[in-house]
Ligand binder design. Structure first.
Ligand SMILES: Nc1ncnc2c1ncn2[C@@H]1O[C@H](COP(=O)(O)OP(=O)(O)O)[C@@H](O)[C@H]1O
Ligand SMILES: [Mg+2]
Length: 288
């Protein structure tokens, strides 16, 4: 979606004060730290199609790292490698200095990496609260029988999980819709519920695949505010795929640019914006 220039300026202005404060290390509650995630020489092909070729980059603790590039550049595939949906044929991924060798989605989630998807993956008939509760599954220790017979541990856990989800709902300022079936909500709010579910896992890293795609300006502004809030107040490291360059430039600390499965830029937003290769490859390409 293309935002008109003057509207984009307004969004920038509104979030700029907060961002300026954030980039200055003094104003930041969680100081940017050592690499929490390191992608080393990853290559992935599907049959003859090379989706990713020899990609290396890192993500520092507490930073907001953007991943941009034209459609088909390999962005979603890269997130799928990080969270164990795809297995790269070559390369390594390190989390807190440790090689992730048995990468499965469940193992990755237990390590503290959570993910939202380019296309919504919610239970439409279930309420907001129940969808967010799904994110707590990872933390449940009660077994099937304990749950079925509502034994003490299951009840205790259920209450704790509910409490945690209520906290998240408050944090995201969506108390008024907590009992509404997700399918009845506008798209922007559904994406926010998906963010809520990812937060419920209490992950160290959130991988957000186009959390603002298809949103109107108001919804985008709202999502930006909450991504910043998650990063600022919870200290969560964020890897964000986003098409809107204005948004990317405003909220990210550093940007990786992909084109045809290769990295063509990796820098702070201002330098990426003026990188000729990036301008030619990315800005010149039309997006849906
Ligand atoms: N499951 C898959 N099977 C075959 N090809 C795939 C699969 N997933 C992605 N690809 C291909 O890999 C390339 C990168 O896709 P993708 O990672 O979705 O790009 P992006 O998210 O940057 O738009 C594309 O050529 C796409 O067609
Ligand atoms: Mg994608």
């Amino acid at each position: 979606m293309v935002i008109k220039k003057n509207v984009r300026k307004k969004i920038k202005k509104k979030i700029k004060t907060k961002i300026k404060k954030k980039i200055m290390t003094q104003g930041r509650k969680f100081k940017i730290g050592k690499p929490i995630l390191e992608v080393k020489n990853i290559s992935l092909s599907f049959g003859g199609v090379k989706a990713i070729t020899n990609i290396s980059f890192n993500v520092l603790e507490h930073e907001i790292r953007a991943l941009i590039g034209p459609n088909g550049a390999g962005k979603s595939s890269l997130l799928n490698c990080i969270n164990g949906i795809y297995k790269p044929q070559e390369g390594q991924i390190l989390f807190k200095g440790e090689v992730l060798d048995k990468i499965t989605p469940n193992f990755i989630a237990q390590k503290g990496i959570s993910r939202t998807f380019q296309n919504l993956a919610l239970f439409k008939r279930m309420s907001v609260l129940d969808n967010i509760l799904v994110g707590r599954k990872l933390h449940s220790k009660a077994n099937f029988l304990e749950v079925a017979f509502q034994l003490p541990r299951a009840i205790r856990e259920e209450n704790q999980n509910k409490e945690k989800c209520e906290e998240i709902i408050k944090f995201l300022e969506i108390e008024n819709i907590k009992n509404t079936p997700v399918g009845k909500l506008p798209y922007g709010l559904q994406k926010k519920v998906e963010l809520g579910r990812a937060l419920a896992t209490e992950a160290n890293i959130l991988l957000l695949d186009e959390p603002m795609a298809g949103m109107n300006v108001e919804e985008k502004r709202d999502m930006c505010r909450f991504i910043l809030k998650v990063n600022d107040e919870l200290g969560t490291t964020i890897v964000l795929i986003e098409h809107d360059m204005g948004v990317v430039m405003d909220i990210s600390d550093r940007v990786v640019v992909l084109d045809y499965g290769k990295i063509i830029g990796d820098d702070v937003p201002d330098n990426v914006r003026s990188n000729k290769k990036v301008i030619d490859a990315y800005l010149g390409v039309a997006h849906d």
